[in-house]
Design a protein around this ligand. Structure first.
Ligand code: FAD
Length: 399
């Protein structure tokens, strides 16, 4: 049996695991990352990719306090420019800005709501040619704003985060991976067996659970009952058409969330997909695919009647958003969730946007616990495969 010592062992190659791999390698730690499916995670590749600035858009937010995220778009912009927490230069930005539009009936309230932010420069009124093409149509009578939020192409982000650390990432199957713990639930070793290869025993100083929804099973393996995880089901809608304008916008609604959120994603076959979320998805859980599609079609007809969507093909996706259970995710919406239990660190970013915050929190935890880089990165590759690159669901669903 081959024995390896590593400073950090990460489970999961979604944004959480990949961001931490890059941050911790950059800080000098030896890191191994194990992934049970493909690179890019489950939630990560199927996200809209909006780097949120934290504004809430609904009327309820206009009446109550608004939670502002830290200035995450600025941190991401630094990374994209190559001088932030990570070097993300070359990652594709789908849109420099996410926009917000309101129907004419809500325009006055939107102006009032945004007044202070307009002054602070977080939001800018978008008029005439400054509006996205879709909202330049003469039939549009509402108001439009440009937010600080930008939209990132998730496959290109995953490519970038994996490119320089290929020798640290390995594919496992959960059946062949056994976690050994002591009576305080510390991880003492992780055993990996695979047919035809020498079994491996990994001794990590710290283990990071970055498995998204898979953290539930990992916690069970460790004999831990906390922290509990919450799944929030959303029912996203995808609309595919060769001719589709690029549009990145939220429509102001009367509740806490946007009535509809639209992002546009180029597909490998040269077409485009509009990926629809917001209230439409949050409340679409009980609707089946047909009802959800019809609902989305009605919304688009009512909100953007001048956009030609004839012949578009529709698909829907029911997917869970993973958050720590109870109020933990809501009390600190401007922070990723990081909790230590013995030598295990449990991480849920809660949003892609919060990955920089996740990285900073984990590094702070390691420093607080006195965990310094101690072991070398293995010189010889482990006898395990490199996981395949995953792809967003719309690349396969329409075939
Ligand atoms: C529809 C939707 C849209 C979203 N849009 C946005 C957005 O616009 N902006 C934003 O900021 N956030 C958005 N989010 C939230 C964001 O996508 C998630 O918070 C984030 O992607 C979670 O990343 P993760 O790495 O924790 O999980 P995941 O991306 O799910 O990755 C977890 C990985 O761990 C692996 N894994 C699990 N168990 C194991 C194990 N035992 N061993 C090895 N590997 C394991 C899985 O195979 C997977 O690859 C959206 C979420 C959804 C669902």
């Amino acid at each position: 049996m081959r024995t390896i010592k590593t400073d950090i062992l990460i489970f999961g190659a979604g944004i959480a695991g990949l961001w931490l791999l890059n941050r911790l390698r950059g800080a000098g730690y030896s890191v191994l990352l194990l992934e049970q499916e493909h690179l890019g995670g489950h939630e990560t590749l199927n996200a809209n990719g909006i780097i949120h600035g934290g504004l809430k858009f609904g009327l309820s937010a206009m009446l109550h306090d608004v939670e502002d995220l830290d200035d995450m778009p600025a941190l991401w912009r630094d990374c994209l420019a190559g001088h932030g927490d990570l070097n993300l230069s070359g990652v594709k930005v789908l849109s420099e800005h996410q926009y917000l539009w309101s129907e004419a009936s809500l325009a006055a309230r939107a102006t009032t709501f945004f007044a202070s932010r307009l002054i602070a420069g977080q939001v800018q009124a978008a008029e005439g040619a400054a509006r996205p093409g879709v909202l330049q149509n003469a039939a549009f009578a509402g108001s439009a704003y440009r937010l600080a939020d930008m939209v990132i192409d998730m496959p290109s982000l995953v490519q970038k985060l994996t490119a320089t650390h290929k020798s640290c990432i390995y594919k496992i199957s959960p059946q062949n991976c056994h976690i050994e713990t002591d009576d305080k639930h510390n991880t003492t070793a992780v055993f990996i067996t695979a047919a035809g290869v020498e079994p491996l025993r990994i001794h990590p100083t710290r283990v990071i659970l970055a498995g998204g929804q898979g953290n539930a099973a990992l916690l069970e393996d460790l004999g831990l009952h906390e922290p509990e995880m919450e799944r929030r089901r959303v029912h996203m809608v995808m609309l595919k058409r060769a001719e589709l304008p690029s549009f990145y916008a939220h429509c102001l609604g009367t509740s806490r969330n946007p009535r509809i959120t639209i992002t546009t994603h180029p597909t490998r076959d040269g077409e485009k997909v509009w990926y629809l979320g917001g209230e439409l998805a949050d409340e679409g859980g009980p609707r089946d695919e047909r009802l959800q599609t019809e609902f989305a079609q009605r919304e688009l007809k009512e909100l953007l009647p001048w956009v030609d969507l004839r012949g578009a093909r529709y698909k829907t996706l029911k997917i869970d958003r993973i958050l720590p259970a109870g109020d933990r995710g809501l009390f600190r919406p401007d922070n990723a969730f990081v909790e230590c239990s013995g030598n295990n660190i449990i991480a849920w970013p809660c949003k892609i946007t919060l990955a920089p915050n996740l990285g900073r929190q984990v590094l702070a935890q390691l420093q607080k616990a006195g965990v310094v880089p101690e072991h070398k990165q293995p010189e010889e590759a482990l006898p395990l495969l490199y996981p395949e690159m995953g792809q967003p669901i719309w690349e396969t669903l329409f075939n």
